[in-house]
Design a protein around this ligand. Structure first.
Ligand SMILES: *Cc1c(COP(=O)(O)O)cnc(C)c1O
Length: 231
């Protein structure tokens, strides 16, 4: 647990350094701590170190953790793949959903968002590397989906999210992030008021920040490596 404090400090420093290196304000990138597979105590340790925004991938695991941590003022982001039979729980427990890639899912979240909660913040996931098996909408179809989602009640379309195919070379890492930035600018030129680019993970967040990321989703660098493989 003491490692979480020093990992968080190091990660925050690296995020701020990447922002400054890109000519951006040090506080222009939000750090989302991805706590999937780690217990509630790990989240408590991160909170004690000043972290309040957490990302989770698995609905069952997340809902249990959120209940255990009810006493803390945390902001929960759902970042995993979304099954339509899980939308009600997602709409009831989270402040943000990053992986929306179909109108049907957005419609269900809009219909199921409890009225006493604030608007549910939405990012549309883009299949930016064009991978057959990956979730995310294809860039050609993004504009139409964005217009439809922006018109739904109870939701606030905030921006775009992507998980590019893994690359080791930082120059190669930047290319899909740059394409995301272009899509983001195109949507805003069409009148959508987007303010969020959710991109960058432990292995590629400096490249994402160089291309304009406003939220980086970081798990391993903060909590350590996960003990079972992720989808
Ligand atoms: C697990 C996960 C992350 C964090 O990945 P790390 O490599 O551990 O930083 C970020 N985004 C999504 C969508 C994830 O599933």
């Amino acid at each position: 647990m003491t490692a979480i404090l020093s990992n968080l400090q190091a990660t925050r420093g690296a995020v701020q350094a990447a922002a400054l290196a890109a000519g951006r304000a040090a506080d222009s990138v939000m750090l989302l701590a991805v706590s999937k597979t780690f217990p509630a105590e790990a989240v408590r340790a991160a909170y004690a170190a000043g972290q309040t925004a957490f990302g989770e991938n698995y609905v069952q695991e997340a809902v249990q953790k959120i209940a255990e941590l009810r006493d803390l003022p945390l902001e929960w982001h759902f970042i995993g793949p979304i099954q339509s039979n899980k939308t009600r729980e997602i709409a009831g427990h989270f402040a943000w959903v990053h992986g929306v890639d179909r109108l049907k899912i957005a419609e269900r979240l809009a219909a199921q968002r409890p009225p006493h909660l604030p608007l549910l913040n939405i990012c549309l996931q883009v299949n930016i590397s064009g991978e057959e098996t990956k979730s995310g909408i294809m860039p050609e179809e993004l504009m139409a989906l964005a217009q439809q989602v922006a018109a739904l009640p109870n939701l606030r379309l905030r921006g775009l999210m992507a998980i590019p195919a893994p690359q080791d070379d930082p120059a190669e890492q930047r290319k899909p992030f740059a394409r995301m930035r272009t899509l983001f600018d195109e949507l805003n030129a069409q009148g959508l008021r987007l303010d969020t680019l959710s991109m960058g993970m432990s292995h590629d967040f400096p490249a994402a920040i160089a291309e304009g990321a406003t939220i980086v989703r970081i798990g391993t660098a903060i909590f350590g490596s996960r003990s079972f493989p992720q989808p």
